[in-house]
Structure formats: C-alpha cells, structure tokens
Design a protein around this ligand. Structure first.
Ligand SMILES: [Zn+2]
Length: 335
C-alpha cells in the first residue's frame, strides 16, 4: 500500500473542511479521532497535499508542481511520519531499519527524540512543516510524555496532526494540549455504496468482515489470505456444528480481531433471539437460523464474557490460548 490521494470517501469531506479551518485558526496540534482511522489518515494526506502544493492556496492540490511531486513520492522535506515501524513498512515509507524480523507496533521514545531536530528546524520550502502521528493509539506513556513539551508550545512553523481511533488511549495531558476533530461513523449504506464504486465484489460481507470499517475493507479486499481467514473464523462461529478444520491458522488474525468478530457474531445471535434482524453479518442470516432455539441467558452470558476478556485484548497475551478460550465458551451455549 502506498500513500496516495485517491480512495477518498464522500463522508470524509466535512472532516477535511473542519480540519482545514481549525488548522488556519490556531497553531495547536490537532487530533483527528474516529472509528475508521485509515479513512482519517486519507483526510490528513489530502490536507497535507493541499497545504504543501505551491500552486494552489488550500484548494485541492494541483498534483503537478514540484512540491506535489515531492509529497507524492514521499520525499517532501517538510513532512515527518512519526509512525510505528509496522505502519511505516505497510505504507512503504522510509525509516524502517533493515533486517528486522518483527516490526514494532508502538511509537518508541527514541523515535520521538529523533524527530526533535525536525520540530525545531524551519522549513526549507514553505513556512510550515508537518508531523503526522499515526496511529496515536501506538504512543506509549513514555513516548507521549516525550512529546508533551512540543505539543504544549509548538514552534510557529510546525503543524502536528495526531490520527487514531480511541481518544481514551491518549493521556489526558496530551488531549488537553490539542484541538479535536472527531468524525462521525458513516451509515452502512453509505459505506456499501462507496465500496461498490471502488470495485468491491461483495461489499456487504466485506464490510462486515472489516468490522464496519470501509478503509479496512478496501485493504482487506486486496489481501485475500487475511480475508479468507476472517471468513473462516466467522463461518466457524455461526455454524451449529462447526468444522474445527476451519480454525487452522485463524490465530494469525490476532487477539483483537478474533474477539471483535466473535462479539459481533454474538451480538447478531442476541438480535435473532429477540426476533430482530442481525446488523453485523446479515448476509449469513440463513446459516444463523438455528440460533433462535438457544436459551437467551446463555447467549447473554457469552457476550458479557467476551466483552470482559476483550478489554485485555491489547495486552500481549497468547493468541492460541485466547482462541481456545473463545471456542470453549462458544460450545457452552449449545449444551
Ligand atoms: Zn501542486
């Protein structure tokens, strides 16, 4: 995947307008927060493109001037990507040390220290320099603390953007120093329509498997191995008599995705038992009819258990153990 300015969903236009206005109004760092952080990243990219372009003044970037070319090739000297190695690698950006087996998923304190020079050196081309922190959920306590001074009194030439999902993953000391632009979640229909325009074959199922996150869905569509693993996991969860061969390799999805998908399937079970239509995996409704016979309290208990355990899903637990835990509890509802 590369940083580019296409694939811009219509519901993000208001976020872009808001960001552009806020950035003009004040010099405080800006937090862009919302469910679909990949979509918000696209907003930030478009904002940067517009701001850096030397032909247009905050209107859409021309795409042809030298600044636009530098930005598109990830070589603009006034842009700094303060991202974890994992994301730098995924987006094919510079700055990932060679020969690493497992890329770090956190923004490390040393990485924050390394960009101090960038913060305090004036731009070579324009008046502004831009720092993109993505995802801000990847800041740990020490790296967030290392940023505090710059966030509190950023130099006039510096615009800092923090993009991510959960504001409660950020220390209050960081939030209090920033302006916040938060994005509303688009409707299912809006997302489906847009995904179809982007060429998605089965947008409903794709969006469900991507946890109702349109930009994740777009990315999933291009990685069929991951998409199939998610599909296998959901198939295991929704079948009355599941084939355990479907569980082969699903631990590769990681704890968080395993839990998120299981919780959403369980939520659909609850709706079906109450005589309502599933909202998460509607395209699998025919395979879920057996659920209506299940005792309501068992399914409710399962949901609470999953919800409770999911709180620890960000901790470095053993994936295989988590998978066993979910499947064992899943069997309990049928006994
Ligand atoms: Zn331009």
């Amino acid at each position: 995947m590369r940083i580019n300015q296409q694939e811009f969903a219509p519901w993000l236009l208001t976020v872009l307008e808001q960001l552009t206005q806020q950035a003009q109004y004040k010099n405080n760092p800006i937090i862009l927060a919302g469910h679909d952080d990949k979509g918000l990243l696209q907003v930030a990219i478009q904002f940067l493109a517009n701001s850096l372009c030397e032909q247009s003044n905050l209107s859409p970037a021309c795409g042809h001037c030298e600044a636009c070319h530098l930005f598109k090739s990830n070589n603009h000297p006034d842009v700094y990507y303060l991202w974890p190695q994992k994301e730098l690698h995924e987006y094919e950006l510079h700055g990932v040390p060679k020969g690493i087996k497992k890329y770090s998923e956190s923004i490390l304190i040393d990485e924050v220290r390394q960009c101090q020079d960038f913060f305090y050196t004036a731009s070579s081309r324009l008046q502004k320099r831009y720092v993109l922190i993505y995802p801000f959920d990847a800041l740990n306590t020490s790296s967030a603390n290392a940023l505090l001074k710059t966030l509190e009194e950023p130099p006039d030439h510096l615009c800092i953007l923090l993009i991510g999902q959960a504001l409660d993953h950020l220390p209050a000391t960081v939030i209090s120093r920033c302006q916040i632009v938060s994005a509303a979640i688009p409707s299912f229909l809006e997302q489906i329509t847009w995904l179809r325009q982007q060429g998605a074959a089965e947008p409903e199922q794709l969006l469900s498997l991507a946890l109702l996150n349109a930009y994740d869905a777009l990315q999933l569509q291009h990685s069929s191995a991951l998409l199939n693993l998610r599909r296998k996991w959901v198939q295991w969860l929704i079948s009355e008599d599941p084939d355990d061969r479907l569980l082969a390799s699903v631990d590769e999805l990681g704890i968080s995705v395993l839990y998120q998908l299981a919780m959403r399937v369980c939520y659909d079970f609850q709706l079906l038992i109450e005589g309502m239509l599933p909202t998460q995996f509607l395209s699998w409704i025919d395979d879920m009819q057996w659920v209506k016979r299940l005792p309501r309290d068992r399914v409710n208990t399962l949901f609470s258990v999953l919800q409770q355990e999911n709180r620890f899903a960000h901790h470095p637990l053993n994936v295989k153990l988590s998978l066993d835990f979910i499947t064992e509890n899943w069997h309990l509802i049928k006994q």
